[in-house]
Design a protein around this ligand. Sequence first.
Ligand SMILES: [Zn+2]
Length: 48
Amino acid sequence: MAKQQGKEEKKVKEYKPPKMCPKCNSRMAEHADRFTCGRCGYTEFKKK
Ligand SMILES: [Zn+2]
């Protein structure tokens, strides 16, 4: 992949707030296609 020049200042990352578990209200871990809660095991699949 070629590196583009002159774009070093425009590195705005989209801020995504962490998903909270609806069951125990703790932060959920994000995976490629789902969110999982490490506390209670709740899993929520991403919709596309
Ligand atoms: Zn939970």
